[in-house]
Design a protein around this ligand. Structure first.
Ligand code: DNO
Length: 395
């Protein structure tokens, strides 16, 4: 079995550690979310959080903090590569603080300006539950009529532009404020800062002239510096794919396809250069063959985010479906990951977590962290555990 993990946002998370125990997960994925982006984590702060997670009340199932998601990579590293020395030094300090506390998997991403992006956090499903969604027409409305990004008109076809205009004209101030909040103000767990529209424009301007080749080069330079440290500490760095896996806001993205990952592994072969296999992100592209990628990159996978997205007919919009009901062949992906996992020593098993659950049942009336509901993820984990159990069962 893959190790069953669960993302926990710390003491303010409405999902408690007992909820996680009851969902059946045993390993915690977390971060020091209160530390500002770019500031080094201290060993004592990591130790304190670890103690909070791992000190179980008498008789309770123990939990272990084994994955950090994420140590954010500041903007200047993406823009300047190895020249961003202060930010990289701070990142390495954080990496050392994490390793000193015996946490061996670190997840990070290299998306410029925005981390994961959606346009709707409570998109109604026919069952009465709600899901996260990326609607390309609403996204175009934001780009063209709210952010008013120069050049955005070239990124959308005439039909999309017309629909975006009509959508924008029908929006009231609250709808516009909601869209800005969802797109620009950093979704839960994001490794980027919340931005107002003027700040967003300034941030985008800083990337003028940086194309995919340069962004990739900067990532390679960063990895060239941090992987030897990670390797010496026995830590695996796992790069999360772009979400969605294509350029947004005219900015390049370099962790969207098999070719992207292959280029990084070829350039930096260190075993510390690993992958976070996120089926929900990679699965948005029809040209990503996920079972083949899981088989091919298996040895690089340290961590897996398992969820399923379903594309609309435009091929660009999608919503988050039930964990076994999206475009991805989850059973085939799990079969490939389990095959890899069986060959690994007990100290190096793949940790998975159920990603983004629906908002359903009692969570409909409660405060939730979008995507990170207790009940929706519990349902997802139960389904994934069922598949893993069946695949591991020798008849
Ligand atoms: C969203 C998450 C991302 C992820 C980072 C990894 O739900 O998967 O925010 O944590 O991109 O660095």
């Amino acid at each position: 079995m893959l190790i069953q993990g669960w993302r926990w946002f710390g003491p303010k998370d409405p999902v408690s550690l007992d909820d996680i125990r009851q969902a059946g997960a045993r390993e915690i994925v977390s971060a020091l979310h209160d530390v500002s982006i770019g500031e080094a984590w201290t060993r004592s702060a990591v130790a304190e959080r670890k103690a909070l997670i791992e000190t179980a009340p008498a008789g309770r199932t123990p939990l272990a903090w084994t994955v950090v998601e994420s140590i954010p990579i500041p903007d200047d590293v993406k823009r300047l590569g190895a020249r961003a020395t202060r930010s990289i030094d701070a990142w390495v300090e954080s990496l050392k603080a994490v390793a000193a506390n015996d946490i061996k998997i670190i997840c990070y991403n290299f998306m410029p300006v925005v981390d994961w992006a959606r346009t709707d956090l409570d998109w109604p499903l026919p069952t009465g539950a709600t899901a996260l969604r990326f609607d390309n027409d609403r996204f175009a409305a934001f780009e063209l009529h709210i952010l008013e990004r120069p050049g955005a008109e070239n990124d959308f076809d005439a039909g999309t532009r017309a629909r975006a205009r009509a959508l924008h004209e029908a929006m009231g101030p609250d709808d516009i404020a909601y869209l800005i909040k969802v797109i620009a103000s950093a979704l839960p767990g994001s490794t980027t800062e919340p931005l107002t529209i003027p700040a967003f424009r300034e941030r985008l301007a800083l990337y003028r002239g940086i194309g995919a080749a340069q962004l990739r080069q900067h990532l390679i330079e960063f990895l060239g510096i941090v992987t030897p440290v990670a390797e010496s500490l026995g830590v695996r760095l796992t790069l999360h794919p772009d979400d969605p896996p294509r350029p947004l806001f005219g900015l390049p993205r370099v962790a969207s396809t098999a070719a992207d990952y292959q280029a990084l592994f070829d350039a930096v072969p260190s075993p510390a250069n690993g992958m976070c296999f996120c089926t929900g992100s990679l699965g948005v592209r029809p040209d990503n063959d996920l079972p083949a990628m899981a088989a091919h990159f298996g040895p690089r996978v340290g961590f897996a985010h398992l969820r399923a997205t379903k594309r609309d007919t435009d091929g660009l919009s999608f919503h988050e479906a039930d964990h076994l009901d999206g475009d991805v062949d989850m059973v085939a992906v799990l079969a490939a990951l389990l095959k890899e996992n069986r060959q690994r020593p007990v100290t190096d098993k793949i940790v998975m977590r159920p990603d983004h659950g629906h908002r359903m049942l009692d969570d409909l009336g409660k405060t939730v962290t979008p995507g990170y509901t207790g009940i929706g993820r519990l349902k997802g984990l139960a389904e994934l555990r069922g598949v893993m159990t069946a695949l591991e069962h020798r008849l």
